[in-house]
Design a protein around this ligand. Sequence first.
Ligand code: CA
Ligand code: CA
Ligand code: CA
Ligand code: CA
Length: 307
Amino acid sequence: MLRTLSLLVSGTVLVGCQCRPDPSVPTPPEPTETPPEPTGDTAPPPPCDVPESEPNNALDDADALPLEADACGEFQVANDGDRWWFELARDEWVSVRLDARENGSLANPMLVLAGPGVVAQRVDGDETADAELHVPLTPGVYDLQVRDQDGSGDGDGRWFYDLQASVQKAPTDWDALEVEPNGSVATASPLPLGTSAFGLLDTPGDADVFAVPVPTGRHTVALWVEAFALGSPADTVLHLLDADGASPGCGADNPDCAYPRGEIGFESDPWLLRTSEGDETLWVRVRNEAPTQGSPAHWYVVRAEAR
Ligand SMILES: [Ca+2]
Ligand SMILES: [Ca+2]
Ligand SMILES: [Ca+2]
Ligand SMILES: [Ca+2]
């Protein structure tokens, strides 16, 4: 009992200690800032640095989108379309981010970028309903159209989006550039194992063929594309070709040797494995899955590797 009391007392002393200040511990300074005077301004703060200004449905009414600024808007009515524009003074890689679902909005947004020679659309990412473009652009004025994919909208504050265009580095690297014309095995661009090449599907229907020499000996060759997942509007498909430019046959379930998907299977960027007995050349063709799409913003990097 005495021991219990002693513990209780010592615990009380520790918790409730009104100790004398330790002179070795510096005393925090008194606050010197006076609180701001009430201004009487009860307007809510703007939702972002650059809010949209309706009406902005037509190009002539488009809102300026300063590069690097945080802009925002909402789909106040069904089929609301919001136009924005920005200007680029030199060649740059530009990232345009359109976020809605990820930030709790009901909107399922899509984005169309148009400018000198470019029309690039983005509806979703591989793993998000929001949209991002990351593209190489030339100087000029660019128009952005933002709307809900399904035309939904309401003035209840739940159909909002955030938008930003910013200058960024290229999202990946490469060893060489494609060399046009490269539409056939006879004019293929070289792609040695262990290297990568940057290309553009710069016109609708552009097809780029790469020659992959395989040295003597059995090799498992991996070929894949990086594009869509890194913000390119290009959604590509790979085709294996033989020396005649025809399909070599890739099994009963793939007689055309078409590879539209990634290693796991849902990805938009294609990937393929091919076993080679060696001392031969593999040809692989890159093109857009949608043959009507193509522009100088439809970029990709194709890589070849022996495994
Ligand atoms: Ca709007
Ligand atoms: Ca609008
Ligand atoms: Ca090309
Ligand atoms: Ca080509």
